[in-house]
Design a protein around this ligand. Structure first.
Ligand code: FAD
Length: 460
C-alpha cells in the first residue's frame, strides 16, 4: 500500500527524515493542503503567500523530475487526509513535526481523525536542529538565556543530513488543484522583480544560495554582517522558513568551513533559540514574556504607524529599511533592529503592531523569529536588549552605512546629498525637498521612552 507524505513548512526532498521513514514503508503520495479558513491567527501573510506559491511550483517540478506528482488540495487537513487515504488505500500519513502552536494543535486534530479511520500520523522532528524536548536544562526547564543555549548547541551532536534518493513515488491517478486556482498571489507584488539578487524559491534556489554564500561570503561574514550595503549575509531565511533547506544541511555545510563559520552558526542558533522559546511559550507572538511589559503605557498612534509603514519617518535608516521591505519582502537584520526599535521606543507604538506588519510583508515571516525579534527589540523578551538602551537611528546609520550606499539605494529623494549629510537630511532640506522632516525629535522621543519605561521599571 502507498503512504501519504503531508508537506507543510518542509517544501524539499533533501534531508527530510519523515520522507525517508515514509519511503521505507511504501510508495509515497506527496501532498500539500491549502486551508483557506485556518484556525491559525498567523496564517501566511501577503509576501509569504507569494513565496509559498513559487515554492510549491518548484516542488511540483522537482517531483516530476523524480517520477512523482505533488497533489495540491484545498480544505481541512483533518478531513482531507483520511479521505485521501481511503481513496488510495494508503496505510499511513507522514509529516514533519512543526513547533508553532496552531500547527501543533492541527497535528493533534489530524492524528485524532486518522485514528478514527484506524490510521496513524507519524510526525518526524527536523524543523529545528534539536527538538526542544531534548534541550532542557538540568532542572528540566527550557533555556531562557542565549549564551548557555548556544554553548550547549555548539558542543552537541547535530544529526547529519540524509538522502531521500531511493524514495519511490506512487503513480496512481489523482487530480491536483492547478496553480492558477491556488489564490496565493492575490494582492501581492512580484517580489523577484525589484531585486539585484532575485529570490529563487524552492530547494534548488536554497541550495544555490547556500553554495554561493559558502563560496564567497561566509569568510567575511563576521566583518561585514552588520553592514546592510555589503551583501554579506546568506539570505537563507525564507528558504529555512519554508523548509526548502534543512537547518541540519545549513549547519553541517557551515561547520565544514572551519572555525571561521562560528559567527554564522551562532546566528542560526538564534533561530533555534526562538523556536525553543516559542515551544515553551505558545503565547509569545502576542504577549510580552516579561510580565511588567504587559502594562507598558504604549501610545497607539495610527498616523505615526502609517508614516513608519510607508518609510516616511524622516529618519533615513528606518525609512530605507521600510522601503526595502515593501519592495523586496526582506530587510537586513541590523536595519530590522533599528526600524523595530524606532517603532516601539521613538514612537511608543505597541511592538505587536510592528510584528503584525512584518508578518504580512516579509517573505521570511516566521512566527518564532519574528516574535522573538520583536520581543528582543522591545526589551520584553527573556534574553532581550535592555529597554533603556535606545538605538540612535542617526548613529546607527553613520556607523553601519557610512557612505550612505544603502540609504541611497532605497531613498531616491536623498540622491543629491553628499557625504555625511545623507544621514541628517533635515539639515539641508533644499537638497531633499521630497523627503519628510523627522516625525519626532530623537532626544525628546528618547526621554519619553525612558519616562514610559519608568512606570514599569521597578517591577522589571
Ligand atoms: P544570516 O545572517 O545569513 O543568518 C543565517 C540564518 O540564521 C538566517 O537565515 C536565520 O534563519 C538565522 N538568523 C540570523 N539572524 C537571526 C536573528 N537575529 N534571529 C533569529 N534567526 C536569525 N528572521 C526570520 O527568519 N523571520 C522573521 O520573521 C524575522 N523577523 C524579525 C523581526 C525583527 C524585529 C528582528 C530584529 C529580526 C527578525 N528576524 C527574522 C531575524 C533576522 O533579521 C533574519 O533571520 C535575518 O535578517 C535573515 O537574513 P539572512 O538569512 O541573510 O541571515
Amino acid at each position: 500500500a502507498p503512504v501519504i507524505y503531508w508537506h507543510r513548512q518542509d517544501l524539499r526532498l533533501d534531508d527530510l527524515p519523515g520522507l525517508s521513514a515514509a519511503s521505507a514503508e511504501g510508495e509515497v503520495i506527496p501532498c500539500y493542503i491549502l486551508d483557506d479558513t485556518p484556525s491559525d491567527p498567523w496564517g501566511p501573510g501577503t509576501a509569504s503567500r507569494w513565496w509559498l506559491h513559487h515554492s510549491l511550483v518548484a516542488l511540483s517540478e522537482q517531483l516530476k523530475e523524480r517520477g512523482g506528482k505533488l497533489l495540491v488540495l484545498r480544505g481541512k487537513p483533518e478531513k482531507l487526509l483520511p479521505k485521501l487515504a481511503a481513496e488510495t488505500g494508503a496505510s499511513a500519513v507522514y509529516c514533519s513535526e512543526l513547533l508553532e502552536p496552531a500547527a501543533r494543535q492541527l497535528q493533534q486534530h489530524v492524528a485524532r481523525s486518522l485514528e478514527q479511520a484506524a490510521l496513524v500520523l507519524r510526525a518526524s522532528p527536523g524543523t529545528t536542529l534539536v527538538h526542544p524536548e531534548y534541550m532542557r536544562r538540568p532542572d528540566g526547564s527550557f533555556y531562557k538565556v542565549f549564551t548557555p543555549f548556544w554553548r550547549k548547541l555548539r558542543q552537541g551532536d547535530i544529526a547529519a543530513p540524509t538522502s531521500t534518493a531511493s524514495t519511490r513515488f506512487w503513480r496512481g491517478p489523482l487530480t491536483s488543484l492547478p496553480a492558477s486556482e491556488w489564490g496565493l498571489l492575490e494582492g501581492s507584488r512580484d517580489y523577484s522583480a525589484a531585486l539585484a539578487h532575485p529570490w529563487q524559491p524552492g530547494q534548488h534556489g536554497a541550495q544555490q544560495r547556500m553554495e554561493s554564500f559558502v563560496a564567497s561570503q561566509i569568510h567575511h561574514y563576521d566583518a561585514h554582517r552588520n553592514a546592510p550595503a555589503k551583501n554579506a549575509c546568506s539570505r537563507l531565511s525564507p528558504h529555512l522558513h519554508y523548509g526548502e533547506i534543512s537547518p541540519h544541511r545549513v549547519w553541517h555545510t557551515a561547520i565544514a568551513q572551519g572555525p571561521e563559520a562560528d559567527g554564522f552558526l551562532s546566528e542560526v542558533a538564534w533561530r533555534e533559540f526562538n523556536y525553543h522559546q516559542l515551544y515553551a511559550n505558545p503565547d509569545m507572538p502576542e504577549v510580552a514574556l516579561r510580565a511588567p511589559f504587559r502594562d507598558f503605557p504604549w501610545l497607539p498612534r495610527e498616523d505615526l504607524f502609517e508614516a513608519w509603514k510607508a518609510g516616511m519617518t524622516g529618519y533615513p535608516l528606518v525609512d530605507a529599511g521600510m522601503r526595502e521591505l515593501a519592495q523586496t519582502g526582506f530587510m537586513h537584520n541590523r536595519v530590522r533592529m533599528v526600524a523595530a526599535s524606532f517603532l516601539c521606543k521613538h514612537l511608543l507604538i505597541p511592538w505587536q503592531w510592528g510584528a503584525r506588519w512584518f508578518w504580512d510583508q516579509l517573505v521570511d515571516a516566521d512566527l518564532a523569529s519574528n516574535s522573538g525579534g520583536w520581543q528582543w527589540v522591545a526589551g520584553c523578551g527573556l534574553d532581550a536588549a535592555p529597554y533603556f538602551r535606545v538605538f540612535n537611528p542617526i548613529i546607527q546609520s553613520e556607523k553601519f552605512d557610512p557612505q550612505g550606499d544603502y540609504l541611497k539605494q532605497w531613498l531616491p529623494e536623498l540622491s543629491a546629498l553628499q557625504g555625511k549629510s545623507v544621514h541628517k537630511p533635515w539639515l539641508t532640506p533644499l537638497l531633499a525637498p521630497d523627503y519628510p522632516a523627522p516625525v519626532v525629535d530623537h532626544a525628546e522621543a528618547r526621554q519619553a521612552a525612558l519616562a514610559a519605561w519608568d512606570t514599569i521599571r521597578t517591577q522589571s
